[in-house]
Design a protein around this ligand. Structure first.
Ligand code: GLU
Length: 289
C-alpha cells in the first residue's frame, strides 16, 4: 500500500446508473493501480433529495460489480459534528457570514446584500430572518493542475453557501470536511464537478489544509449533451449484467476486456493492470453510450 487514498462518494438520490458506475470504476482503477486504498462514502447530507433504500442498493450494486472497499462505508448524515467544527473554524477567522438574502434577492439587487446582512459585519446578521452561512470569497477564480485534464482555471461562486437556511450543511463544506478527515489524497470524479473544485480549493486553503490531487473525467452524456443522471431518468444498473456493464464502461476509455474473463472482479483486476491516466482524453466533454 502507498499513501494514496481515493474514494467514491455517491449521493443516494437513486440507484447507481452507468454514469455513476463510471465514477466508481475510474476512481477505483486509479486508486488500485497506485496500490492505494479506496473508500466509499454515502453523501446522504440532503434528506429531501434522498431516495429511501438507495444507499443499500448502491452498496449492493458495487458488490455485485466486484468492487471491494477498504474500511466500512461512511455516511455524511452521521458527521454533522465534524461539519460544525469546520464551520466554527471558518467563523473564527471571519471567513464566513450569516446571510438572510435569498438567491433571488441577490439577483435582483445585482449582488448587493440587504441592510443588516452579516456580510457587512463580523457579528453576524442583525435581522431575525432565517439565514444561510456563506463563505466570504476573496478571489474570483482558482487554478489547479488536474491529474486527468491538465491545467484548469475555474470561477468561484461568490458567497457560496456552507450551511443552508434549513440548517442542512451544504455539499462544499461537507465534502471538504470529509475528504480532509478521511485523509483523501486523490479526488477522481466526473467533469460535472469541475465547477465545485475552486470552492473546495478555497476551503482547503482557508482551513489551512493541503489540498488533494483532483482528477476529472468526461461524464457520460445523452445526445442532448446533458449528463446521464437520476434526474433525466437514467436506468438503474442491473448486477446480473455486471460483466457487460464493466466491459461497456472500460470500452469507453479504451480498455478491451478479453473474452476469457467471466467474472466482474477479474474484469476489474484486468482494468487495474491496463489503467493509465492518459486513457482519459481531456479534449472531450462527455462519453456517449
Ligand atoms: N456526491 C456527489 C455526487 O454524487 C459527488 C461528490 C464528489 O465526488 O465530490 O455527484
Amino acid at each position: 500500500m502507498t499513501g494514496y487514498i481515493g474514494r467514491f462518494a455517491p449521493t443516494p438520490s437513486g440507484p447507481l446508473h452507468m454514469g455513476s458506475l463510471l465514477a466508481a470504476l475510474i476512481s477505483y482503477l486509479d486508486a488500485r493501480a497506485s496500490n492505494g486504498r479506496w473508500l466509499v462514502r454515502i453523501e446522504d447530507i440532503d434528506p429531501p433529495r434522498e431516495q429511501q433504500g438507495a444507499s443499500e442498493l448502491i452498496l449492493q450494486s458495487l458488490l455485485g460489480h466486484g468492487f471491494e472497499w477498504d474500511s466500512e462505508p461512511t455516511y455524511q448524515s452521521t458527521r454533522s459534528a465534524l461539519y460544525e467544527q469546520n464551520l466554527s473554524k471558518l467563523k473564527l477567522q471571519g471567513a464566513c457570514y450569516d446571510c438572510p438574502c435569498s438567491r433571488q434577492d441577490l439577483k435582483l439587487s445585482g449582488g448587493k446584500h440587504k441592510k443588516g446582512c452579516g456580510y457587512y459585519s463580523s457579528n453576524g446578521s442583525s435581522t431575525d430572518a432565517p439565514f444561510a452561512t456563506r463563505f466570504r470569497t476573496t478571489q474570483a477564480q482558482e487554478n489547479w493542475q488536474d491529474c486527468l485534464l491538465g491545467p484548469q482555471t475555474n470561477l468561484l461562486e461568490e458567497g457560496f453557501v456552507l450551511k443552508r437556511k434549513d440548517k442542512l450543511y451544504a455539499y462544499q463544506l461537507a465534502v471538504v470536511s470529509d475528504d480532509i478527515q478521511q485523509g483523501i489524497t486523490h479526488i477522481i470524479r466526473g467533469n460535472d464537478l469541475t465547477s465545485s473544485t475552486p470552492m473546495q480549493l478555497a476551503l482547503y486553503r482557508t482551513l489551512n489544509e493541503k489540498s488533494p490531487e483532483f482528477g476529472h473525467f468526461p461524464v457520460i452524456r445523452g445526445y442532448d449533451g446533458k449528463k446521464l443522471s437520476k434526474q433525466n431518468l437514467a436506468p438503474a444498473i442491473n448486477s446480473s449484467a455486471a460483466l457487460t456493464n464493466l466491459k461497456t464502461l472500460m470500452g469507453l476509455i479504451g480498455i478491451v476486456v478479453p473474452i476469457s474473463i467471466h467474472q466482474p472482479k477479474q474484469a476489474l483486476d484486468y482494468g487495474v493492470g491496463q489503467w493509465q491516466r492518459k486513457l482519459i482524453n481531456p479534449a472531450i466533454n462527455g462519453y456517449q453510450l
